[in-house]
Design a binder for this molecule. Structure first.
Ligand code: MF3
Ligand code: CO
Length: 273
């Protein structure tokens, strides 16, 4: 498969999908609290899709049973929503995708339930920071693994509570008329390799890190990925594109990435606003 290059009109549809994903994730973030279940979050996402005439990306994807993935504590990704009430101190990772007129958006956040430990807060902040560093490293004329390198270096630079494990088996991906497209984006490795980045590329950037091992295990439900050592994990994801003006725009961020990329000295495109 080759990399799908999108026109500005196609990216406008991807922005519609991305905005729905971003808005739904904010509703779910606001609902996270002790006593709430991940199935409650799933219902919020399903309801929001219905109100906006959008379709779920995950439901029935290779038989996946729900609208969101909800992965708590030592669960890393692909957790199936359930009836367990969240408890104070949990780390809840919520992953959600939507389709508008055939175009996908995909994003994930990790959220602390009530007060979380400083160690788990830094775990989440480091994961999120590495995602933004990766997006900020994407330049027309640069290479795919410039993002991988920026992500890994950011994670390595934060070791106040010990070294983080970077998940090897899963990574980011191209996104467009399918949720998962070429290229696969590793969250580690040297810069300057892989395909050249061109205007019109859209990528989902999604680092997954743990407070311990890089080794993963899949539970007997055949979906839930957990850390091999039971250490807590975090997962953040945004879908972004490089626009015809050469500037990035974060399709799943409410502000297009303006604030976070601005802090990193990167100006976002105004072609989609
Ligand atoms: N959002 C996930 C990813 O980026 C995909 C979820 S898997 C599914 O890889 F089966 F739930 F769709
Ligand atoms: Co993804």
């Amino acid at each position: 498969m080759s990399i799908q290059i999108k026109t500005l009109d196609q990216l406008k549809l991807m922005r519609k999908a991305g905005l729905i994903v971003g808005q739904a994730l904010e509703l779910m973030r606001a609902a996270v609290a002790p006593g709430v279940t991940s199935l409650d979050l799933d219902a919020i996402a399903a309801d929001f899709l219905k109100k906006n005439n959008a379709q779920p990306s995950f439901l029935n994807y290779h038989g996946y049973p729900n609208v969101i993935c909800a992965s708590v504590n030592q669960e890393v990704v692909h957790g199936i929503p359930n009836e367990r009430p969240m408890v104070e101190g949990d780390v809840m990772s919520i992953d959600f995708g939507a389709i508008v007129e055939g175009w996908h958006g995909d994003s994930a956040i990790s959220v602390g339930v009530g007060q979380v430990s400083p160690e788990n807060q830094l775990l989440m902040d480091t994961c999120e920071g590495s995602m933004w560093a990766g997006i900020a490293a994407a330049k027309v004329g640069g290479h795919l693994t410039d993002l991988s390198y920026a992500i890994e270096q950011y994670i390595k630079s934060e070791n106040k509570y010990g070294k983080y494990g970077i998940v090897r088996e899963y990574g980011g991906h191209g996104i467009g008329t399918e949720m998962h497209q070429d290229p696969h984006l590793l969250n580690y490795g040297p810069a300057g390799m892989g395909p050249e980045l061109k205007a019109g590329i859209a990528l989902a950037v999604e680092p997954m890190i743990t407070r311990g091992t890089e080794k993963m295990r899949v539970l007997s439900d055949d979906w839930t990925v957990v850390t091999g050592d039971g250490s807590f994990a975090a997962h953040f994801e945004q879908s972004f594109a490089l626009l015809p003006d050469g500037k990035p725009f974060v399709l799943t961020a409410l502000d297009g990435g303006k604030a976070k990329l601005g802090e990193l000295g990167v100006e976002i495109s105004d072609l989609l606003v």
